[in-house]
Ligand binder design. Sequence first.
Ligand code: URA
Length: 464
Amino acid sequence: MSEPEEKSNTHHPPIHMIDLIIRKRDGRELTEREIAFIANGAASGSIPLEQLSAWLMAAWIRGLSLNEARALTIAMRDSGVKFNPAGLGKSTVDKHSTGGVGDKTSFLIAPLAAACGVAVPMISGRALGHTGGTLDKLESIPGFKTALTLDEFEAVIKKTGASIVSQTPALVPADRVLYALRDRTGTVECPGLICASILSKKLAAGLDALVLDVKTGSGAFMSNDADAEFLAALMVATAEAAGTRTVALLTDMGQPLGVAAGNWIEIVESLALMRGERPKQSEDLRELSLILAGWMVHIAGAAVSAEEGYAMAEKALMNGSALKIFTAMIEAQGGDIEIFKNPQAFHRPGATTVLNAWECGFVTEMDTTKLGWAVQRTGAGREKAGEPVDPHAGILFHARRGARVEIGQPFATLYATNEEMLSEPVELIRSAVKFSTTPPKPVPPVSKIFTKESAEKQLQASGH
Ligand code: URA
């Protein structure tokens, strides 16, 4: 294969990928044209994966400047076709999280927002690093198709109010390639790369408005508050500059969200909430989903405030409209909704074990990145880009931060592909949790909110 290069013309010298890797490795800033060369080369396959991987690692180590992050976002957005939501005749809004463990809010908020009268065209991702992927979880439903054409995407939204799809060779193809590479090369936790990955998908969906759920705490890619705040500000300012009304909420990922982390078991937990049940262990998931849905409905113009949006979303959760929309969306994308009648019966893990508490006291800390790796290594995540995940694998966490546990009481139930895949996750959980004789301070679900104005101030304060 010859070296990837862009031919020179009268105005521009040729671009060679090897030069871009070396320049980024040495901490120099790339131009908009050079960044576009990388995004287009990733999308078309003209840049070999080893060169893309090397560039990603250089970008992870050196970081991307504000200009580079913005240029990469726009070039990735423009790497394929875009969705035009004008035909939907409704205000369009979406939510995207920076990645978490047990984060299944998308299954709740997409139908919740749709039930409140707005349209939700959602382009999502797969498992990334230690975090789970919305698409992998949805694909645990037999028959469910995530790779739709734009016409199919529009038809599902028109019919149900919401659709959740993947990047494809046509839709944000640059993110499809770079996302899978980052997952396997240890190059996820970079604000510029996260910003470009998330916003390229959101901007390609042509949204009117966007709510970003920026995680902070031990399970977040940006685990300290300052880094998470910078990421939130970067994404809000970048999305607003591209014409999308955006707000970011800084939310706690200091423990898994809800009880289940894995694939099918996360759908099961979400279905229970949509049926109006209120299991205590899912209360944090319920609350965060309503807060996010409330903001979506508000910034899309269907509620005068986020509080009014919350109340509308709660009504849709309790009166069954969210469940109706979720079921219709799954069916419209080919999924077998019969299994919703008895979700537990569909769960057929290869191997199961219960880990009992090995100390007594209050659970004070849960290293949620380690817990996320434990979940991925049950078989719920992948070792190599493109390989299938086990729909039945995952972990139920029976004790939450702040709970008092006694030795011998069930702490977690693990579901793995086979017996051999149980021991590493068990050890990871045991090393991730700390106990104490005194309870930890409660952590609020949302610690900060960034709007266009506060995002710009934040970026200035951080020297950008
Ligand atoms: N979600 C994405 O889509 N991309 C990231 O980089 C992180 C979370």
